[in-house]
Design a protein around this ligand. Structure first.
Ligand code: ASP
Length: 472
């Protein structure tokens, strides 16, 4: 017999079905034992009576979170017993056959509550149990639906989904790299991508005019509520476009996908602020436009911010980029300033950021596709000719083989989902996030390597925080 999902039983009254799932709760009512069975379709009431002696005896041993398979007849509940709060509340299954597929320890914390009160370390240590709670089941389901809608929209506009490497070279995105030592080339390292920035630009040079990817970005920054070591982006890039073209695609995609998952958007089209206006009006380039009423109603309020300064001074007084070194200056006038190295603080970039309910949820720009302009950006930042060649020679070379004008954007859709779901932390919309201390869920990395592994990687640990792992 094929397995039926709990949600499918409503249309199967009078039929015998096979179900499988977890025991959610058990209620002993004298001679009758009731169970709530949980599966990916929802929750369903099971009934065990002494008439089915073997089943009844086994049922007495069942505990919460055991995994069982049952067969039985779907019955309409008597009117007085119907439960309007349960989607399957009009029916129940009289169990005729019961098999225990897996027993379960008592969970270390309740999983039928929202779980906000439980210590983060414990939640993430047992993340697979934490994820069983309805709130996280819902969050991850919505996340999947959002990504599905994004794909649907982008495919409908002729985008190709293309993956880019995880083992790559350090690329400046304003953060610290995670690095991977090379075994075959002593003393050399790969870097995990802070974003697919350079590869997606190379795809434009390669002639894929509309690219996207649901990409992982890895940045070694101190975690905070809306930032982790890893985050996912809808990363896209287009050729032969202006700022409006990219902004329109991102805006349309966002509206389409947000509305597809049931979100309400305050204003369409999204209002646009210059950086200067935003700073004057809100004192920040991330701001929340919602009224108190809109906050209560869970409305999403988007706005674009444009016309950012290209450069700012870093702590040491050197010029550095504010957003993205691969961006193009706003127009020819600003490009000329950059090439001349004059009025650096006045150069405006073609960057556009999207904010939603006070969070930055997307950012992108038109790119420099002219080698001399890209060179000028790095020169402004104090790079020597040789450093530019070593670090970005591949881009300069690529741009000398016929590079189309291009631009793109990356949407940190997890933050957008946080805003939509009213969640305060990124980890509430990720399956296996890191803890605030940077330890991974369940598997508890980072961890030590064995002597042999270190040797193979040509590494020596100078001040190990814990003892090296013994063995292989
Ligand atoms: N690479 C940028 C980022 O990850 C986004 C972009 O400009 O496309 O923030």
């Amino acid at each position: 017999m094929q397995r039926t999902l709990s949600s499918e039983t409503l249309s199967q009254v009078g039929k015998t079905v096979k179900l499988a799932g977890w025991i959610q709760t058990r209620r002993d009512h004298g001679k009758i034992i009731f169970f709530d069975l949980r599966d990916s379709g929802g929750i369903l009431q099971l009934v065990c009576t002494p008439q089915e002696k073997e089943v009844y005896e086994l049922a007495q041993t069942l505990r919460s979170e055991w995994v069982v398979e049952v067969e039985g007849e779907v019955k309409e509940r008597p009117d007085a017993m119907k439960n309007a709060e349960l989607a399957t509340g009009n029916v129940e299954v009289g169990v005729k056959k019961l098999v225990v597929l897996s027993e379960a320890k008592t969970p270390p914390f309740p999983i039928d509550t929202p779980g906000y009160d439980i210590d983060e370390e414990t939640r993430l240590k047992y993340r697979y149990l934490d994820l069983r709670r309805p709130r996280l089941q819902k969050n991850l389901k919505l996340r999947s639906e959002y990504v599905k809608a994004v794909r649907e929209y982008l495919f409908s506009k002729g985008f190709l989904e293309i993956e880019t490497p995880l083992l790559t070279k350090s690329t400046p995105e304003g953060s610290r790299d995670f690095v991977v030592p090379s075994r075959a080339q002593p003393g050399k390292f790969y870097a995990l991508p802070q974003s697919p920035q350079q590869y997606k630009q190379l795809l434009m040079v390669a002639g894929f005019e509309k690219y996207f990817q649901i990409a992982r970005a890895l940045r070694d920054e101190d975690p905070r509520a809306d930032r982790g070591f890893e985050h996912s982006q809808v990363d896209l890039e287009m050729s032969f476009v202006g700022m409006e073209d990219v902004m329109n695609v991102v805006e349309e995609m966002t509206v389409f996908a947000v509305e597809k998952i049931g979100g309400n958007i305050a204003k369409k089209p999204f209002p646009v602020f210059t950086y200067e206006e935003a700073m004057k009006q809100f004192g920040a380039d991330k701001f929340d436009l919602r009224t108190e009423q809109e906050k209560k109603e869970g409305i999403l309020s988007f706005a674009w911010v444009v016309s950012f300064p290209f450069f700012e001074k870093d702590k040491t007084g050197k010029w550095t980029f504010t957003h993205n070194p691969f961006s193009a200056p706003l127009n020819e006038e600003h490009e000329a300033m950059l090439l001349k190295g004059k009025d650096i603080e006045k150069i405006i970039t073609s960057q556009y950021d999207l904010v939603c309910n006070g969070l930055e949820v997307a950012g992108g720009s038109l790119r420099t596709h002219k080698p001399n302009v890209l060179r000028a950006v790095f020169k402004t930042m104090g790079y020597k000719e040789q450093e530019i060649e070593e670090q970005f020679g591949h881009m300069l070379e690529a741009f000398s083989h016929g590079a189309p004008p291009h631009g793109g954007c990356a949407q940190g859709f997890e933050r957008l989902l946080m805003a939509f779901l009213g969640e305060e932390y990124l980890r509430e919309v990720q399956a296996f996030p890191q803890t605030g201390q940077g330890r991974t869920s369940v598997m508890d990395a980072p961890s030590e390597l064995s002597e042999a592994q270190l040797k193979e990687l040509h590494l020596k640990v100078q001040n190990p925080s814990t003892k090296l792992r013994a063995g292989k």
